[in-house]
Design a protein around this ligand. Structure first.
Ligand SMILES: CCCC(=O)SCCNC(=O)CCNC(=O)[C@H](O)C(C)(C)COP(=O)(O)OP(=O)(O)OC[C@H]1O[C@@H](n2cnc3c(N)ncnc32)[C@H](O)[C@@H]1OP(=O)(O)O
Length: 312
């Protein structure tokens, strides 16, 4: 009790002495290390959207093709090298809301225009929200959006046709797959900018590559070319085409090969994988048997049994 009280007083004094804003707490944690952590208010995402839609510039455009079941999410802000402004973060949040309701869809291609995939947060927006409270709001909005994009029952692929830097690299990790053109590069440059990953990319990078590779890429901020991205498992392939419209077509064909099953099977398989990467083992198994039971003996299953299919 006495130790706890001493620690609270110690923490208060340190916070005051170092003139740290009230929403940032410095404390001595149980591993006996000083840690800085945010302890400010939680803001509803809809309120953050209202605030962030005022930081204008560029667009994120969504188009859904019901015939193929593939939607295109296009990052369109070439004059700022496809950096995400506040209003584009809100566009993306709205696009994910729409995709969550797309029952007949199967896939998504995320790509951008011009020669850069995405140069991260729009520095014009960033300069206007450069304090812990607004930083926490941006991270809250982007965590909500990119987690839901990652967990959609649709199969997503990002086409990296140029540099994906900082938040741009984080955005790319929220897709199930990444295809690079020969000019594609990915760099977690946040450390060089005096920050860390703010859009959930640190967590997803550990899931994708394991802690050692993730730590190495985050610590060095080095830019990974296409060939190395494949070796590391960050990219799932390199397109033959470098030209953007041809690379988008190639990505569509690459994705279509994975979307031959009926939408409910694609959705169910994605749900199993998305759940497995997000929850503990036993919980994931429970989800898997629940998803399985819904399809077992269903119309598609009965039809397949009647056809006496041989998998030769
Ligand atoms: C949690 C998220 C945290 C983050 O995202 S941290 C990472 C922030 N991103 C950056 O620091 C990227 C900085 N930019 C660059 O390194 C280079 O501009 C980049 C992307 C390699 C492109 O190089 P180049 O093709 O040679 O083009 P350039 O440098 O002449 O830029 C053309 C115009 O675009 C602008 N621009 C580039 N990246 C931007 C950004 N992130 N936000 C706002 N504006 C950006 C750049 O200022 C320039 O504008 P202007 O034509 O001089 O008015």
């Amino acid at each position: 009790m006495l130790i706890h009280r001493t620690r609270v007083i110690q923490n208060l004094l340190i916070t005051k002495l170092l003139k740290i804003p009230h929403s940032v707490t410095m404390s001595f944690n149980d591993n006996r290390r000083w840690v800085n952590h945010y302890a400010g208010p939680e803001t509803p995402v809809s309120t953050i959207c209202e605030q962030f839609s005022k930081f204008e510039g560029g667009k994120i455009e969504l188009s859904k093709d019901d015939e193929s079941g593939v939607a295109i999410l296009k990052i369109n802000h070439p004059e700022r090298r496809n950096a995400l402004s506040g209003s584009m973060m809100v566009d993306l949040w709205n696009a994910v809301n729409t995709l969550e309701d797309w029952k007949t869809g199967k896939g998504i291609i995320l790509h951008s225009v011009g020669e850069t995939f995405c140069s991260g947060g729009d520095l014009n927006t960033v300069r206007q929200i450069s304090n812990p409270d607004d930083g926490y709001k941006m991270a809250t909005l982007m965590h909500d959006t990119l987690t839901r994009l990652h967990q959609l029952p649709l199969i997503s692929v990002a086409l990296i046709q140029g540099k994906a830097l900082g938040g741009g690299a984080e955005l790319a990790t929220s897709c199930d797959f990444r295809l690079f053109t020969e000019k594609g590069e990915m760099g977690f440059v946040q450390g060089r900018m005096g920050v860390v990953t703010g859009w959930g990319g640190g967590t997803r990078l550990v899931q994708l590559l394991g802690q050692h590779q993730a730590l190495e890429l985050l610590l060095t901020s080095r830019q990974i070319p296409a060939s190395e991205a494949v070796t590391l498992g960050l990219a799932n392939g390199i397109t033959k085409s470098v030209e953007l419209s041809e690379a988008v077509e190639e990505t569509k064909q690459w994705l279509q090969l994975k979307l031959n099953h009926a939408p409910q099977i694609v959705h169910a398989l994605k749900q199993i994988v998305a759940t497995a990467r997000a929850v503990p083992y036993e919980e994931s198994l429970r989800n898997e048997r629940q998803v399985f039971a819904m399809l077992w003996g269903g119309d598609a299953n009965k039809k397949a049994l009647e056809q006496n299919i041989k998998h030769k």
